[in-house]
Design a protein around this ligand. Sequence first.
Ligand SMILES: [Zn+2]
Length: 167
Amino acid sequence: MDEPKVAVRVSSRATARISGELRDVVFDGCETGGFLYGLRGDDKIEIATGPGPNAQRTPTGVKFDGDYIRSLDAQLYAGWGDELSVVGRWHSHPDRTKELSQVDREGAIFGFLNLEKLHSDEDVAYLELVVTERSSWDDPDFHAYVVTRDPVSGRVTVEPAEFEEVD
Ligand SMILES: [Zn+2]
């Protein structure tokens, strides 16, 4: 296996929010998730959202609540300013699979291409976080993946990254 090259830094505020959302998984065994936001020019994830009250959650997938995401998005930009950007997504795998599914991978690449269109003047990276339980959901395990474009070949790649929680 390749050594992870990039470290993904996530604020403790964001991991606390994710931990809060994981309570839903404890009750129903369905996936949950949300978006990740960071400030441009900084490699740290500041904010994690939930999936929204009308999200469609199943044991193998989660479709976020679009209305909730749109209104939350507007609130976040009002509070944090233009430097804030969606930088990725997170979701849980109740079956403890650490790897991205084909659908996860395609979604991550789709997110990357959108981000690249939005910030065409800079190199962008899109993050995909998979959360599994260790002994319980109170002790979550984070598996990070990063989508980037290779500057030489121009190919879009999805690679495992190191997860790091920071203040
Ligand atoms: Zn998945």
